[in-house]
Design a protein. Structure first.
Ligand code: SF4
Length: 408
C-alpha cells in the first residue's frame, strides 16, 4: 500500500478553515491524527505517490473550470492549504482558465515552483499538440508543464507512437515532465490499454463511489498500478444527466450529519479510501467549497460501514439518472453520435449547477447537432444503455435548453 506524506498547516490557520467551513464536529475530540491514526496537533494535507514518477501530490487537486481571472483568492488559499496540484486545459473557459493562472504566476512567481501543474491538449496530432502546448506555456507564463494530458480520450487508438515520440521530444526540451491522458468515456478499456503501452506516466479518469465498486474498474486500477501509472479521479460526486430526487439527497445527507460532514465530503472520502487513487481533482470555484474539501482531506475521519452502506443505497436508488461513461455501447449503436458527451453536458447543468460550462460544452457538439437528435439513432442507443437512460427524452430537453443557441 502506498504511504501518505503530508504538508503541515499552521494549526491556528486550520482552525479558522474548519470554522469557516462549519466543520468543527468533523474533528473527533477537537484534534487530528497522523497517518497511523495516532493523535496529532498538526493539521496537514496528505500527499500520495503519483505512480512511479517520483512525485508526491496532495490528495486534493484544484480543478480549473471556473472564472480564475476573477478568483485569485481561491488560488492563494489553495496554496495555503497545500492544494498544490492544479489542473486546467487549453479549452477551459475558452482559454481564460490558463490565462488566469498565468496572471497569478506573474503576480506571485514563487508560487509556480510549488505547484504541480497539469494542462490538456484537445489535439491528437503532433503539430496541433505542439501548438497548444506552446500556447499553454505562454498563457500560464511558465517554462514547463508538470503533467501534460491528451484531453478526453475515448479510445486508445487516439494516441500512439506519434504521441510517444512527441512526448519524448517535449520532455527533452523540458517543456513537459510527464505525459498521459484524461478520459471520461470507456475509462476501464482506456486504462487497461494505457497500462500496456509502457510510456504513460499519469491518467485522469472519471471515477466515483459507484464506479469504484465495479470489478472491471478494479482490474483497470490494478493494471495501472502495476504499470506505475499515477491516477487522478475526477467527477467524483457521481452526478448524472438526471439529478437525484430530493428524498434521496435528504436521506444521504442524514447519514452523515451526526458526525458533522456533508454528503459531498463523504463521496470524496469514499474515493480516497482507494489508496491507488493518488488524488481527486475537484472543481472548487469558491472559498467555501475549497475549505470544505480541504477539511475533508485533512481530517482523519473515515466512513463507517453504515455510512458506506448509505452511500451504496443512494447509488442504487439514483442509478437510473447516472451515465457510467460506457460510450462504446451507445455511441456505436447510434452510428458514432456523441451520446455520452451529451449526457456529460447535461450532468454539468443538472448535477454540477454549471450552466455556463454546460452551454459552452454543448456548443462544441454543434457540428453534430442535427444528427444528435435523430430519434432512430437515439432509440438504438437507448436499447443498449445499461443505465436505461431515456436518451431521446434527455436529448430533446437539451435541445430545448440550448439548441437554438448552438445553431445560431
Ligand atoms: S450507454 Fe448509457 S450509461 Fe453508457 S455512456 Fe451511453 S448513455 Fe451513458
Amino acid at each position: 500500500m502506498k504511504k501518505d506524506h503530508r504538508i503541515a498547516l499552521d494549526r491556528r490557520d486550520f482552525l479558522k478553515l474548519v470554522a469557516a467551513a462549519g466543520l468543527g464536529s468533523m474533528l473527533p475530540g477537537g484534534g487530528w491524527a497522523d497517518d497511523a491514526g495516532a493523535p496529532s496537533d498538526t493539521p496537514t494535507m496528505p500527499l500520495r505517490d503519483f505512480g512511479r514518477t517520483g512525485v508526491k501530490v496532495p490528495i486534493l487537486s484544484l480543478g480549473g473550470m471556473f472564472d480564475i481571472p476573477n478568483n485569485h483568492m481561491v488560488l492563494r488559499r489553495a496554496l495555503q492549504l497545500g492544494v498544490t496540484y492544479w489542473d486546467t486545459a487549453a479549452s477551459y473557459e475558452g482559454g481564460r482558465s490558463e490565462t488566469g493562472i498565468g496572471a497569478f504566476f506573474e503576480n506571485e512567481p514563487e508560487a509556480r515552483k510549488k505547484v504541480f501543474l497539469v494542462t490538456k491538449s484537445g489535439a491528437r496530432d503532433p503539430a496541433g499538440m505542439t501548438r497548444l502546448l506552446n500556447q499553454s506555456l505562454e498563457r500560464m507564463k511558465t517554462d514547463w508543464i508538470d503533467l501534460y494530458f491528451v484531453h478526453g480520450v475515448k479510445n486508445i487508438n487516439e494516441i500512439g507512437d506519434h504521441t510517444k515520440q512527441w512526448a519524448e521530444r517535449a520532455k527533452r526540451e523540458k517543456k513537459i515532465r510527464f505525459i498521459g491522458f484524461s478520459t471520461h468515456s470507456n475509462m476501464q478499456e482506456c486504462m487497461e490499454e494505457a497500462a500496456k503501452l509502457g510510456w504513460i506516466d499519469g491518467l485522469m479518469i472519471k471515477y466515483d463511489f459507484r464506479l469504484m465498486r465495479e470489478d472491471r474498474m478494479k482490474r483497470a486500477v490494478e493494471a495501472c498500478e502495476k504499470a506505475g501509472i499515477g491516477l487522478t479521479a475526477m467527477k467524483t460526486q457521481g452526478g448524472g444527466p438526471i439529478p437525484a430526487d430530493a428524498d434521496a439527497e435528504k436521506e444521504l445527507a442524514a447519514a452523515f450529519v451526526a458526525r458533522g460532514f456533508t454528503a459531498g465530503q463523504a463521496k470524496l472520502k469514499a474515493v480516497w479510501s482507494e489508496p491507488r487513487i493518488a488524488a481527486i481533482c475537484s472543481q472548487m470555484p469558491n472559498l467555501r467549497l475549497l475549505n470544505e474539501n480541504a477539511a475533508a482531506a485533512m481530517d482523519r475521519v473515515r466512513l463507517t460501514h453504515a455510512e458506506e452502506a448509505a452511500l451504496q443505497r443512494y447509488a442504487a436508488r439514483t442509478a437510473c439518472g447516472y451515465c457510467a461513461g460506457c460510450a462504446r455501447l451507445c455511441e456505436s449503436a447510434a452510428g458514432g453520435l456523441p451520446v455520452a458527451d451529451l449526457m456529460r453536458v447535461l450532468m454539468y447543468e443538472r448535477s454540477y449547477s454549471s450552466p455556463t460550462l454546460a452551454r459552452a460544452e454543448f456548443r462544441q457538439l454543434s457540428d453534430q447537432i442535427t444528427r444528435l437528435f435523430d430519434p432512430r439513432s437515439l432509440a438504438a442507443a437507448e436499447s443498449v444503455c445499461p443505465q436505461h437512460l431515456p436518451l431521446a427524452r434527455l436529448a430533446a430537453e437539451a435541445f430545448r435548453m440550448w439548441g437554438r443557441d448552438a445553431i445560431a
